[in-house]
Write a new protein. Structure first.
Length: 155
């Protein structure tokens, strides 16, 4: 009887260790995802709201691929965009309404207002991160209409 219990105990111990390892991996992935979210939120606040390009670029990796066809790649492209905002729209503000994380991707749903008192634009920003740093960006925007066909709001 003792011989039968030992292999079963060893199997049970192996299964428990494997499950604990999976749990630790899942917790680690969740921790990284939350760190990614925090990095993107800080990048957005520093760059888009405070208009501090260098402060925002602290959250960017060795490369910054820009998929918006109106913006240049890399840190210099981002600096030019922030300089444009600072010069043309110094009072612009972007309010993040919600954020989503999926692995190395962080998605923001944003209400951007370039001129106070205007309706602004609904924006979806998508960021890809590697090793906790932003390396790619996509966005789509839609002006908020004066007379929407429904009363649901865009946020």
């Amino acid at each position: 009887m003792d011989c039968v219990l030992r292999p079963r105990a060893a199997i049970a111990a192996t299964i428990l260790l494997a499950l604990a390892s999976l749990g630790a991996s899942a917790a680690s992935a969740e921790t990284q995802q939350e760190a990614n979210r925090k990095a993107v939120l800080a990048f957005y606040e520093k760059g888009l709201n405070q208009k501090d390009a260098d402060g925002a670029l602290a959250y960017v990796g060795d490369r910054y691929v820009q998929h918006n066809p109106n913006a240049a790649d890399g840190p210099d492209g981002f600096r030019k965009f922030i300089a444009f905002l600072r010069e043309k729209f110094p009072n612009s503000h972007s309010e993040i309404k919600r954020s989503f994380v999926d692995g190395d991707y962080v998605i923001l749903h944003v209400h951007a207002v370039r001129e106070p008192g205007t309706r602004g634009t609904a924006i979806i920003d998508i960021f890809k991160l590697e090793n906790g740093k932003i390396v790619e960006h996509w966005d789509v925007g839609q002006p908020i209409p004066e007379n929407p066909a429904n009363n649901n709001t865009m946020f």
